[in-house]
Ligand binder design. Structure first.
Ligand code: NAG
Ligand code: NAG
Length: 407
């Protein structure tokens, strides 16, 4: 009897013990599952909120990142692939070593320095990039750029472009980089259109020729931006070619007008009528220095839309402007970022209408200080101090997203 009793008791205690252990084990398992679950949530959450951590982490689920980081393709951001450094560009820096440009007034030339900058510490910008004086030829840099642009909410890059073998004075040709740029944009489900620069001997005829070349070379790529099924070309300083020449050439090349949408640059509201009679499809203002031209004066934008009437006006917004490290005499054009308020004001002045195209000057025009690309605080010496953003390197990436999705 006693033995049976103790045996039963022992079994009971064993059972209770077993159940207790099971409960504790389940609890621990639950906790650990819960922790990893929460970790995943906050991780993916942070990418949708575009925090720095989402940038620093390897993205293990790209589809999720893209899904949780929406973009608007009607926001076109100007992108410059002209930077070079010794590691990727045959031992040389490009653009970071930009010259200090001579004063346009001959009498004043000698008042200002003209020596080139000496990277990596001394660069042709008033800001210093988080990614350092990078090369646009580095696939890692391009990947990071596309991720940053995705995080900014802008869906389309307007890539600065010169014909094969040509470049500006401070750069070297980069048309050969376009396939990699398109592929990297595609990875992040971004689109690319083209910003045709004033290359040597540019004429209406050869602009049409090169637009057709771009359509043939890149038009079938899935990252190639299309608007109403057409290729999209911004023509910088289009007014350097006469309205009559544009008109004649557009007229005699009817085919290109069916395949491509051409956007000309305007300085004044009246220039719009000229663009219309030249055969352009839209106008843009480019300059981020508010008030630099009439067309870049944000308070004038609503009226300019009315003046352009028959063609859309595409205003260009920007976070500020400062180019005194490459144009030491141009302090007058400086526009302080005012801790983001300058940028906010330009957004506020955008003519209303959700699906309208808006341009952002710029992702990485570092010389003119219009970039939203992350910059870091850096003091090299007493003489070289770089400006930084008020809320850290990603300030303008976040602010752009916030403004795009609340405008
Ligand atoms: C531009 O035109 C000039 C004069 O016709 C010519 O010498 C030069 O080679 C041309 N440059 C280019 C890049 O085509
Ligand atoms: C750089 O210099 C500025 C102005 O002298 C100063 O306010 C800032 O704290 C310095 N930053 C660093 C990182 O040394």
């Amino acid at each position: 009897m006693w033995q049976v009793y103790t045996r039963r008791r022992r079994i009971r205690w064993l059972a209770i013990g077993f159940i207790l252990i099971l409960i504790v084990w389940c609890f621990i398992l639950y906790k650990s599952l819960n922790i990893t679950y929460e970790k995943d949530i906050s991780h993916s959450h942070s990418s949708s909120l575009t925090s720095v951590s989402s940038f620093l982490y390897e993205i293990d689920n790209l589809d999720l990142f893209i899904k949780q980081t929406p973009v608007k393709y009607n926001y076109h951001i100007f992108y410059y692939p002209w930077y070079g450094n010794p590691e990727y560009d045959a031992g040389q820096y490009f653009h970071w070593n930009h010259r200090r440009l001579a004063h346009w007034n001959r009498e004043k030339v000698s008042n200002y320095p003209q020596n080139p900058h000496e990277p990596p510490d001394d660069i042709g910008s008033n800001f210093y990039p988080l990614l350092g004086p990078y090369s646009s030829r580095s696939p890692t840099i391009l990947d990071k750029h596309m991720r940053m642009i995705r995080m900014s909410g802008a869906g389309t890059l307007s890539v600065s472009w010169y014909p094969p073998g040509m470049a500006d004075d401070a750069g070297h040709p980069w048309n050969d980089l376009m396939p990699l740029l398109l592929d990297t944009a595609e990875k992040y489900k971004l689109k690319i259109c083209f910003h045709i620069e004033p290359y040597q001997n540019r004429t209406a005829d050869n602009v049409i020729y090169w637009s057709d070349y771009i359509l043939r070379q890149y038009g079938s790529h899935s990252a190639f931006y299309r608007y109403k099924e057409k290729g999209f070309f911004y023509i910088y300083d289009s007014y350097r070619i006469s309205a009559d020449e544009w008109y004649q050439k557009f007229l005699s090349n009817n085919k290109i007008k069916q395949q491509a949408f051409f956007v000309g640059l305007i300085l004044k509201s009246n220039d719009c009528q000229q663009l219309v009679s030249s055969g352009f499809d839209a106008a843009y203002s480019y300059f981020a220095a508010n008030g630099f031209t009439e067309a870049s004066t944000s308070q004038r934008w609503s009226s300019i839309v009315g003046i352009c009437k028959s063609i859309p006006f595409i205003p260009s917004i920007g976070p500020g402007y400062i180019d005194t490290n490459i144009r030491p005499w141009n302090g007058e054009t400086t526009r302080s970022r005012q801790n983001g308020n300058y940028y906010k004001q330009m957004f506020k002045d955008l003519p209303k209408g959700n699906d309208k195209i808006v341009t952002i000057t710029s992702f990485n025009e570092w010389h003119e200080g219009t970039q939203i690309e992350p910059a870091i605080e850096k003091n090299v010496s007493k003489n070289i101090i770089y400006e930084s953003y008020h809320q850290g390197p990603f300030t303008y990436i976040y602010l752009t997203r916030e403004l795009i999705f609340t405008t």
